[in-house]
Design a protein around this ligand. Structure first.
Ligand code: FAD
Ligand code: DLZ
Ligand code: SF4
Length: 526
């Protein structure tokens, strides 16, 4: 292996698989060495889904191969290498020692705990450490902080509008220079959410997911994962994810060609046996660096102008990538580390065992959990309005929920998982991220899916043993959390409805909820 004492060690993490990465940009092929390492601490600090580990290890190995093809020197440590130090810190130490290097170049990581480690390495190893900004996002952390200054409330919608104006995305041409100087969104509206809430009608066929046959590198990784991580959640059977940038670009192209048209209309729809629907399935690739948000947005916007896709689809999609994705990242880094510790609603119940087995009579949960187990994927409404809604209503301990979401999804890193859990589903941050808890009764799930049709519970029943548990848990949640939530203007209506209920009705809600939550606590089947 080349590399000289005047060279630099450049670390590339599993979620930094971008050729234009900040820490690779000024690389000297003669002197510098890139370090990539598959390590036990990262694969097990939460017991990641088998598919997630396989995906990342295979994508890392393919990326290392591409770097070598560019003439760069890579020190690649495989999980089963005899000398594997077992941690990123251990591998950095070994590489610095073996190569005799004194200069370490890093790109800002995606998790607080990794940043904390990195910040200690200069002193630990007595070397010069450079941590470069991760500029693979459309907004910097400083931009986000500046935007939050002086605001009483933070709302994604307003951050998103600023970004659209600043980056001129989906804006009416020349509108910033009209007589009032106001920039206008294309179509005269910033948001087409009202059009994006349709259930999937019968007869609409869903295109097949873009799938890839495992090559020799992936097969080797699959064997490793089967042997080393058999205790972890999920399986690697029928592994078909993209593991290179070229493949990830094919996923994006096929999304635009086959799914984007209906993305808006059916963004919130759910259907039994259809985990992929009209979503893009690119979060795996965006988050590990195989795709950039800029190219994704540019391609989707260009497709709109070239092919006349519906604006509700294009705007709805761009809002997810430009709005939500950038917003949650800003919030994470601004609010950490205390963000992970918040528990505004004092939720303490243990995560039910069936979140690992899918063994529940509640058809919606069983469906979303088994799809999560099989694919290391569920789409947004499954994560938010089925799984998240249940965890909120049942008062599950935020730490256990964080752990679950971080390990089960192959697109999960703490910067994106944590705000979605703490802010979006659990209201654990007291409303910093969402203006009200996303709590809903069974009628929402019934409207947006076909799950209820084959459920043992009856979605129309409000109380009793046969009633859909979401129906009474919703009211019980409001009652239980009255001291914190009663003053929330957006909950004024449901609270008025609750307060108008007869004592008898309220007693039924309380007894049904106690019975159900008691079974959850006792780990009995629900
Ligand atoms: P699409 O529906 O096609 O959306 C396009 C893209 O928009 C996604 O790829 C993603 O990059 C972005 N996006 C959409 N919603 C969000 C959001 N709320 N936050 C950030 N980006 C968003 N997304 C992750 O990437 N990693 C996670 O760990 C993650 N955890 C989540 C946990 C919870 C509790 C919830 C409610 C949502 C979470 N999301 C997470 C957001 C969202 O569910 C996924 O991004 C989406 O399901 C990925 O599938 P897709 O690529 O087909 O997305
Ligand atoms: C998630 C993950 C896994 C499973 N394995 C590795 C690994 O072996 N090596 C590595 O560099 N990163 C891994 N990661 C990602 C890290 O846990 C962490 O999310 C990122 O380093 C944050 O930028
Ligand atoms: Fe879920 Fe209730 Fe519908 Fe059953 S009836 S699938 S528990 S929403």
């Amino acid at each position: 292996m080349s590399g000289t004492a005047s060279g630099k060690l450049r670390l590339v993490l599993a979620d930094q698989l971008s050729h234009d990465l900040a820490s690779l940009r000024d690389i000297d092929p003669e002197k510098d060495v890139i370090l990539m390492a598959e390590v036990r601490t990262e694969a097990t600090y939460v017991k990641h889904h088998k598919r997630k580990i396989a995906f990342l290890f295979s994508a890392m190995r393919h990326f290392a191969q591409e770097l070598e093809q560019r003439g760069l020197t890579v020190r690649y440590i495989r999980y089963d290498d005899a000398q594997n130090a077992g941690s990123l810190e251990g591998e950095v130490r070994q590489a610095l020692n073996v190569l005799g290097l004194k200069h370490l170049v890093l790109t800002f990581p995606g998790e607080w705990r990794v940043l904390e480690d990195m910040q200690s390495w200069g002193e630990t190893f007595c070397v010069h450490v450079e941590i470069r900004e991760d500029d693979r996002f459309l907004s910097t952390l400083e931009d986000f902080d500046a935007w939050t200054q002086g605001r009483k409330q933070l709302r994604m919608e307003f951050f998103y509008r600023e970004l659209r104006k600043r980056l001129n995305i989906l804006m009416e041409a020349g509108s910033e220079s009209d007589e009032k100087g106001a920039a206008k969104p294309l179509g005269g509206q910033w948001n087409f959410d009202a059009d994006n809430r349709k259930a999937l009608p019968k007869g609409v066929s869903v295109p097949a997911k873009t799938a890839f046959e495992p090559d020799a590198i992936t097969e080797e990784v699959l064997a490793l994962v089967r042997a080393e991580f058999h205790e972890h959640f999920g399986s690697v059977e029928s592994f078909d994810l993209a593991v290179t940038r070229d493949q990830a670009l094919q996923v994006l192209a096929q999304f635009i060609e086959e799914r984007l048209m209906h993305f808006g209309d059916f963004q919130d729809a759910m259907k039994k046996g259809e985990p992929w629907l009209f979503h893009s399935h690119i979060s795996f690739y965006l988050n590990c660096g195989l795709l950039t948000p800029t190219e994704v947005i540019e391609q989707v916007e260009a497709a709109y102008h070239a092919d006349d896709f519906p604006l509700n689809a294009v705007e709805g999609f761009i809002r997810q990538v430009l709005g939500w994705r950038e917003y949650v990242r800003g919030l994470y880094w601004q609010q950490m580390p205390h963000y992970a510790e918040q528990n505004t609603l004092d939720a303490t119940r243990d995560l039910p065992e069936f979140f690992w087995t899918a063994d529940t009579d509640m058809q919606c949960l069983s469906q979303c959990i088994s799809e999560t187990r099989d694919n290391a994927y569920a789409h947004h409404i499954q994560r938010l309005m089925v799984l998240g809604n249940f965890l909120l209503l049942a008062g599950i301990d935020p730490k256990q929920v964080q752990n679950w979401y971080l390990l089960v999804y192959a697109d999960a890193y703490e910067w994106v998982e944590l705000p979605n859990v703490q802010g979006m589903i659990l209201f654990a941050d007291g409303g910093l991220m969402a203006s009200k808890p996303y709590a809903a009764s069974g009628s929402y799930i019934n409207k947006m899916s076909d799950y209820c049709q084959s459920c043992r519970y009856k979605v129309k029943d409000k109380n009793g043993d046969q009633a859909c548990p979401f129906n009474y848990l919703y009211w019980d949640f409001l009652e239980r959390n009255k001291p914190v939530l009663r003053g929330n203007q957006r909950l004024a209506m449901p609270y008025r409805t609750l307060e108008k209920m007869t004592d008898e009705k309220r007693a039924l809600i309380a007894s049904d909820s106690q019975r159900f939550l008691g079974k959850l606590t006792a780990n009995e089947k629900v």
